[in-house]
Design a protein around this ligand. Structure first.
Ligand SMILES: [Zn+2]
Length: 274
């Protein structure tokens, strides 16, 4: 059985600050180590549950955070920037299950460690068919397009609540956010045990695990920090202005909705954050 893992860092137990998630130095090294250990816990569990081929997509920051030789399960590693399918690069119909490891809260939601939705300098809220979603919900479009179930999501309790709204997955909570920069973190070994057990359980049930049901037509509405960004978004094919600071893309082709979002994310990055 083939497993696809998309990982982020902000939802890893022990990670609470950008210094641990971006940049160089001891804080970042600790963050990377904690992240790698949670990914490996997920891989080990998945292998125990029957996974035979694993692909890990680095979805965080520069998307080349770990040393691939440290990955368990002889996992392949998709890394580097300018990936057209971004946090979901490499997923296709050949996979049996998707895991989201180290995911974090949406920018529009309750306080959640390092919360954002792709780019906090651009988006302040994203809605999928009228439901506020974070990165897990947006990325679910790709899993839906390929008909691959999402079996596991790990992160803080806010991430769990937001993911639960659209994804029928096993949720492992590894920390409780106190603020956007503070959390009550489980000891890594405890987090690893929870992740391992959940991964083994869902992987063993991959063939019958419920798929993401987003409905036939998907409408993704992006709310921006300013109207310039909303106007820029309409430069992407299929995206139209839906308000002073919002733009929408609607399609039966869930992959094209995600691709439009990635396009918006890229061009607004050039204009935003100043
Ligand atoms: Zn990230």
């Amino acid at each position: 059985m083939k497993l696809y893992i998309s990982f982020d860092m902000e939802g890893i137990s022990g990670v609470v600050d950008w210094d641990q998630a971006t940049g160089a130095g001891r804080d970042y090294e600790i963050g990377v180590g904690l992240t790698l250990d949670e990914i490996n816990a997920a891989i080990d569990g998945a292998v125990a549950g029957g996974a035979t081929e694993i692909v890990v997509n680095d979805s965080h920051w520069k998307m080349r955070n770990i040393d691939p030789s440290d990955l368990h399960g002889s996992a392949s590693y998709i890394s580097g920037s300018h990936k057209p399918m971004y946090m979901m690069q490499g997923l296709d119909e050949s996979f049996d299950m998707v895991f989201f490891v180290g995911y974090h809260g949406a920018i529009s939601g309750e306080s959640s460690v390092l919360s954002h939705t792709y780019n906090p300098s651009v988006f302040y809220k994203v809605e999928l068919n009228g439901v506020e979603v974070g990165e897990s919900g947006i990325n679910a479009l790709v899993a839906s397009a390929h008909g691959v179930p999402i079996g596991l999501v790990t992160g803080d309790s806010i991430t769990k609540e937001q993911a639960k709204a659209v994804i029928p997955a096993e949720m492992v909570v590894v920390k409780e956010s106190i603020s956007r920069f503070a959390a009550y973190n489980l000891h890594p070994r405890v987090a690893h045990k929870l992740i391992y057990e959940a991964a083994a359980n869902v992987m063993a049930r991959a063939k019958s695990w419920p798929k993401v049901e987003l409905g036939e037509v998907c409408e993704l509405t992006m709310h921006f920090l300013n109207s310039d960004l909303a106007e820029l978004a309409t430069w992407i094919k299929g995206v139209s202005r839906s308000g002073l600071r919002s733009a929408t893309v609607t399609s039966q082709d869930h992959l094209s909705v995600y691709q439009a979002f990635v396009g918006v994310s890229y061009i607004t990055r050039q204009a935003g954050g100043r």
